[in-house]
Design a protein around this ligand. Structure first.
Ligand SMILES: *[C@@H]1O[C@H](CO)[C@@H](O)[C@H](O)[C@H]1NC(C)=O
Ligand SMILES: *[C@@H]1O[C@H](CO)[C@@H](O)[C@H](O)[C@H]1NC(C)=O
Ligand SMILES: *[C@@H]1O[C@H](CO)[C@@H](O)[C@H](O)[C@H]1NC(C)=O
Ligand SMILES: *[C@@H]1O[C@H](CO)[C@@H](O)[C@H](O)[C@H]1NC(C)=O
Ligand SMILES: *[C@@H]1O[C@H](CO)[C@@H](O)[C@H](O)[C@H]1NC(C)=O
Ligand SMILES: *[C@@H]1O[C@H](CO)[C@@H](O)[C@H](O)[C@H]1NC(C)=O
Ligand SMILES: *[C@@H]1O[C@H](CO)[C@@H](O)[C@H](O)[C@H]1NC(C)=O
Ligand SMILES: *[C@@H]1O[C@H](CO)[C@@H](O)[C@H](O)[C@H]1NC(C)=O
Length: 367
């Protein structure tokens, strides 16, 4: 009923939008609504308490049948109710302030700015990964869920990770649902986050970031690839294509067809067998270090190989994020398929180097 009332007034308001400079007006209205929000809030607290209680009960009933949601009910501290400034309803507030009887309605509009999903809680997450570990594929899978907004590799832009304060500011924007890109479904997000590579400021500033994750209760999904030799092939091929641009003169890090995958995988890198063992060790250490840095954060480790082999792993991920279960899909196509010996120029060297070491299994593994 209250919702209807709001819509009704909204329509009236839309018919006569204010004509002054939008920038000035916006700023004024934001200030105004902030001041009035607090003011009205204290005045009307008693009035809305019944309203608030009923929406909360509704939410429990709606999500009752979902396993993931139920689990999260037992950990309410992980759930958030963000109030994004980017889609608050300025118009209603600005006009309603002159019409006292409408105050109740305007209050609801300013307090809950996520429209029909106002009372759905949001879980915050971050996918921490390394380049060429399937994180692009994993993220598109997640984003195929109607309630997930994973905002991509936001920190690939150097400016945003210049110092700790710019990192934390960017994170605030993401978790307040004020970050927009093609993957954002901000209003009805039940889980929102980003993809973050370990070499994008994450290791340098791990202390402050871990502290932030714990303070804002961000859940971490580590996405690692077990077969580091395959990862190495993918890195070398990708960095070669940056210059060679094999696909009609454009560089692509991910492809959507088998034909494109075949073209890209024609290039066979040479792996430096002298430094190979050390390089593998370094890659391993890096991931171990990341696990240690964020060991107090709520977390889940996902291996690329397990995802490839078994899509049921995605059910665990959805549960971890407290999402209603859905079939997830992605158009990404794997680039380097088949035995590794087909993809490395100096295969015999590499084979000899790894034989009898802890990394020997990398030679045979499927993914
Ligand atoms: C909600 O779940 C409980 C068990 O957790 C069940 O007993 C109850 O029938 C469910 N209610 C609805 C409306 O699905
Ligand atoms: C961080 O970088 C921004 C520019 O991106 C700058 O304005 C700010 O002063 C820097 N903060 C610190 C603490 O260095
Ligand atoms: C998921 O999104 C749909 C459609 O946008 C929305 O109706 C639903 O309430 C959302 N569910 C959750 C748990 O946020
Ligand atoms: C390259 O361009 C040709 C013709 O312009 C087109 O037929 C082909 O599909 C393109 N290939 C890729 C991989 O984009
Ligand atoms: C291979 O690695 C060794 C040791 O790091 C280095 O000295 C050598 O220059 C590398 N070879 C090539 C071709 O990069
Ligand atoms: C996290 O790692 C630190 C070392 O950096 C260690 O002292 C601490 O016990 C670990 N905590 C947990 C919960 O494993
Ligand atoms: C797939 O994973 C689930 C748990 O995530 C496990 O129970 C099941 O046995 C796995 N299936 C296969 C074929 O590995
Ligand atoms: C590696 O080399 C050994 C001989 O040293 C050979 O028997 C084996 O088949 C090779 N492995 C692969 C995967 O080619």
């Amino acid at each position: 009923m209250v919702e209807d009332m709001c819509l009704f007034y909204k329509e009236i308001l839309v018919m006569k939008p204010p004509k002054r400079s939008p920038m000035l007006l916006r700023a004024a209205v934001v200030m105004f609504s902030m001041v009035c929000g607090v003011f009205i809030f204290s005045a009307c607290l008693k009035q809305i308490s019944t309203q608030a209680r009923t929406t909360f009960v509704d939410f429990k009933v709606i999500d009752n049948h979902s396993r993931g949601r139920l689990n999260l009910m037992n950990t309410p501290h992980l759930l958030h109710y963000p109030k994004p400034v980017s889609f608050s309803r300025y118009w209603e507030v600005s006009v309603n302030l002159y019409q006292l009887p409408l105050i109740r309605c305007s209050l609801i509009a300013t307090l809950f700015a996520r429209n029909e999903c106002d009372h759905n809680p949001v879980l915050f997450f971050a996918i921490l990964s390394n380049q060429r570990s399937g994180s692009g594929w994993f993220e598109t899978l997640l984003n195929s869920h109607i309630n997930v907004s994973s905002n991509g590799e936001i920190f690939s832009v150097r400016e945003r990770r210049k110092n700790v304060s710019s990192i934390l500011q960017t994170l605030d924007k993401v978790y307040n649902l004020d970050w927009f890109n093609s993957a954002s479904k901000n209003e009805c997000s039940a889980a929102t986050g980003l993809k973050w590579m370990l070499n994008q400021g994450l290791m340098e500033h791990h202390k402050e970031i871990a502290e932030y994750f714990n303070r804002r209760r961000v859940s971490v999904i580590f996405l690692f690839r077990r077969n580091l030799l395959r990862r190495m092939v993918s890195m070398l091929a990708n960095s070669y294509d940056r210059y060679a641009k094999l696909l009609n003169g454009t560089h692509k890090a991910h492809v959507h067809s088998a034909e494109e995958a075949d073209i890209l995988s024609k290039y066979k890198p040479i792996i430096n067998s002298t430094s190979l063992l050390d390089d593998l060790k370094d890659m391993e250490m890096r991931s171990a270090k990341a696990l240690e840095y964020f060991n107090r954060t709520r977390q889940m480790i996902v291996y690329y190989e397990d995802l490839m082999r078994n899509h049921t792993k995605l059910i665990d991920v959805q549960e971890f994020l407290g999402l209603p279960q859905m079939e997830l899909t992605s158009r990404h196509v794997k680039i380097h398929r088949g035995p590794l010996s087909d993809h490395i120029q100096n295969w015999d060297d590499v084979n000899k180097t790894l034989k009898g070491t802890v990394y020997e299994s990398f030679l045979e593994a499927d993914y």
